[in-house]
Ligand binder design. Structure first.
Ligand SMILES: Nc1ncnc2c1ncn2[C@@H]1O[C@H](COP(=O)(O)OP(=O)(O)OP(=O)(O)O)[C@@H](O)[C@H]1O
Length: 253
């Protein structure tokens, strides 16, 4: 496996009961890049994203086969600890889901669960995580207030900070800005472009301008198949597959 590849995916099939939602997906996802997953509703983007940290294990009747390697290690092998996997591969959802506790405790929760008790270390983790998520300046004087008092965009950045506090390698984002206004959206996009220095980001988006603005590589999914995967510029300016062209030019979807 190439050193710049973080996820190697091959022959990936996924069934929900009898219904096949992913068909023979093959992708090498690059480290320290932003990869966008695009395609019409129901094509399998979120399903694919959830495969990468085995979130689909939680879905009854879901069967996965094929290979997914993270840093060369098979994530389905018996040696793989799923808690460790989800620590390495964090996730941010469409709707911000802060815990019902203070801003500080939202960030400190995960590190505390990992056994970190020192207030000094927790303070540092909270400040660094909020800084990386471009939220520190806005909340540093109200860390003990409830996270529910934050705006939707701030709550989403808090959730990203909470993922960062676990020191992941990868952050999966499932339509993280679809519920946000344009200013909050652009803050998250700028932050994602900063974060890729330290992390690999994989983002599902319905917003094609967003994919074009922020991502380095883009994969186009259609009816459970990964039709085309290439540099974002190529996908948007010179797609190889007619179906990709039809989608990005708005002819369907
Ligand atoms: N838990 C589930 N049980 C059964 N079928 C499911 C489940 N989750 C998703 N599906 C089906 O799998 C297919 C892919 O769904 P998925 O949510 O991955 O698509 P998507 O491309 O992310 O769609 P959207 O853009 O609307 O979020 C759809 O047909 C969907 O109905």
């Amino acid at each position: 496996m190439n050193a710049e590849t973080i996820f190697h995916v091959d022959h990936l099939d996924l069934f929900y009961g009898d219904k096949q939602a992913l068909k023979q997906i093959k992708m090498d996802i690059k480290r320290n890049k932003i990869t966008a997953l695009i395609g019409p509703s129901g094509c399998g983007k979120s399903t694919f994203l959830r495969c990468l940290n085995r979130m689909n294990d939680l879905v009854d009747g879901c069967k996965v086969s094929g290979t997914i390697e993270l840093d060369g290690n098979d994530i389905h092998s018996t040696q793989m600890n799923v808690v460790d996997l989800r620590t390495k591969v964090g996730m941010v959802f469409q709707k911000a889901n802060p815990f019902p506790m203070s801003i500080y405790d939202n960030i400190a929760y995960g590190p505390r669960c990992q056994g970190i008790k020192s207030k000094k270390i927790l303070d540092e983790i909270v400040e660094q995580s909020l800084t990386k998520a471009a939220l520190w300046e806005e909340v540093k004087d109200r860390l003990q207030e409830s996270a529910f008092g934050l705006s939707g965009g701030q709550q989403q950045r808090l959730c990203i900070a909470r993922a960062i506090a676990m020191e992941p390698e990868v952050i999966l984002m499932d339509e993280p800005t679809s519920a946000l206004d344009p200013i909050s959206t652009s803050k998250i996009e700028e932050m994602a472009m900063e974060l890729k220095k330290d992390y690999t980001i994989i983002i599902v988006t319905h917003n094609m301008q967003q994919a074009a603005r922020v991502s380095d590589e883009t994969a186009f999914f259609l009816m459970g198949e990964m039709v085309e995967f290439d540099e974002t510029k190529k996908i948007f300016q010179q797609p190889s597959d007619k179906r990709t062209e039809d989608y990005i030019t708005g002819r369907f979807g």
